[in-house]
Every structure is written in C-alpha cells, then in structure tokens.
Design a protein around this ligand. Structure first.
Ligand SMILES: Nc1nc2c(ncn2[C@@H]2O[C@H](COP(=O)(O)OP(=O)(O)OP(=O)(O)O)[C@@H](O)[C@H]2O)c(=O)[nH]1
Ligand SMILES: [Mg+2]
Length: 246
C-alpha cells in the first residue's frame, strides 16, 4: 500500500497536469477528492477524464459531470473523445503557461488508466528514455508538446473506500460488495458489530455475518443467509450511527 502512494505522489510532483481517470458508471466511488484537493494545493492542473462512457447513457452522464470542471468523457474501448481530451490538455497547459506539458495519469484500479495512456499515445508518439530527476525506469511518451508519464499512479482501493463508506460519504445502498466492506469494518472494530447483534465473535467474519443474517432472518430462497442484504443493513445502521464505534 505504501508503495502505491509513493508513485501517486511522484506522478503528482512531476506532472503539470493530472488526468484523474474516473469510471463513468461509478463517478462518486471512483473519484478521490482528497487527491483532487492536493493537486489544487500544489497549483497543478486537473482534468477529470470520465472513461468507459460506452457503458452509460450519454445524456445522463453529461448531467452528472456538469460540476466536474474541466472534464472530458472518453471511451478507450471505442477510441472516442481523445481529440477533445488532447485539446483540453493544451488549453489547461496554456493556462498554466507551459509550452511543454507534462501529463500524469492517476486513478483507482481498473478504471482504465493504462488504456487511456495507450489511446493517447496513438501512433504519433515516441518513447524517450528517462530524464534526469525521473525515477529509473520511468518513461516519458512524447506526443507533440505533451510529455506523458508512462507509469500511472494507482490509488489504494480498499482502505480508503472502506473509510469513505464508514463515514457515510458513500451511501450503503450504492456500495459494491457490501459484505467485503462489513468484514473489513469488523476487522477494524473487533467485536463491535457482533456484540451489537449478540452473536459470537469469530475469526471467520463471513460466518459471523451469516450468524447475523440468520438471527435477523435475512435469508434467500432455500434458507441460505442473504449476505448482501444483511451487509447493507449493517452498513446502514453503521452510517446512521446506530452501531457505535468504540
Ligand atoms: N467498456 C470499456 N472498457 C474499458 C474501457 N477502458 C478500459 N476498459 C476495460 O477496463 C479494464 C481495465 O482497464 P485498464 O486500462 O487495464 O485499467 P487500469 O486503470 O490501468 O487498471 P490497473 O492497472 O489494474 O489499475 C480492462 O478490461 C479494459 O479493457 C472503456 O472505455 N470501455
Ligand atoms: Mg494499468
């Protein structure tokens, strides 16, 4: 995990403009506002790149991203939106007063950072060797006056996702894999959830979740525990403060 942040920080340091890659299907969950603030504080440019727009309704998406300024939506799969993105990079670069613009790519896992770097590279790019000041092995791709940092920075996923969920900035109804999140909360807060529901504290958190599901009669057809429902119920109670952290 620590290594993740090292690369994120490096990319942030070395770039003039950061492309924050966001998944069009999950905008709030895949943006990192803490990093956005850092980028702003450092006086760097930020472009929200909403990727995988082929998977959502365009009209809805346009509404959803109105407040993300500047943003460009793209599909790396369909090579859609990249001339707009290049244009936007030039505009933001000029604002910052740079002729040669160093561009870095950041984002959560699997949002499409590598695909975006590849699409931006296109056929016009040329690889350069590392420059002084750059980590050994880190390369630049030169596309006209754009120097694209070839290594994307990946935000660590789980811990800060779980933190966001714990404080309620991600709604329990929208959480993906809520059982994994609840098990993580159980690990971080030993015994708290189990005690609240009056079940045994177990090493195997999945079994503890099953115990709670049985107790609350949250079962699927066939009588198996409904882990999704029980997890969302727990997250809801956690978020509204019914279950209290000690
Ligand atoms: N439908 C669709 N799929 C995409 C798009 N861009 C990327 N993908 C898919 O999303 C997955 C992740 O893409 P990557 O480019 O590897 O994502 P990444 O952010 O570099 O992922 P990590 O390196 O694992 O952090 C792959 O299966 C891609 O094929 C897109 O615009 N549309
Ligand atoms: Mg990648």
């Amino acid at each position: 995990m620590a290594n993740y942040w090292k690369i994120v920080n490096q990319v942030m340091e070395e770039a003039d403009i950061i492309l924050e890659v966001i998944d069009a299907r999950n905008i709030n969950e895949t943006r990192n506002q803490e990093i956005e603030k850092k980028i702003e504080a450092k006086g760097k440019g930020l472009i929200y790149v909403i990727n995988k727009c082929d998977l959502v309704d365009r009209k809805k998406l346009e509404k959803e991203i109105k407040k993300l300024i500047p943003s460009v939506y793209v599909s790396s799969k369909d090579h859609y939106g990249f001339s707009k993105l290049r244009e936007r990079i030039q505009i933001e670069g000029k604002k910052l007063g740079w002729d040669v613009i160093r561009v870095g790519v950041l984002g959560y896992p699997n949002v499409g950072k590598s695909s975006i770097i590849n699409a931006l590279k296109g056929k016009k790019s040329a690889k350069t060797s590392s420059e002084s000041g750059y980590t050994k092995g880190k390369q630049h791709i030169v596309i006209g006056n754009i120097k694209l940092i070839d290594t994307p920075g990946v935000f660590a996923r789980d811990s800060d996702r779980v933190d966001k969920i714990m404080v309620g900035s991600i709604d329990y109804g929208k959480v993906k894999d809520p059982d994994i999140v609840v098990m993580d909360i159980m690990d971080k807060n030993p015994g708290v959830i189990e005690e609240y529901f009056g079940v045994h504290v177990r090493k195997d958190k999945e079994t503890a979740l099953e115990d709670i599901a049985f107790k609350k009669k949250l079962l699927v057809k066939g009588g198996e525990p409904d882990l999704d429902r029980v997890s969302r119920m727990i997250l809801k109670m956690w978020q509204v403060g019914k279950i209290k952290q000690i």
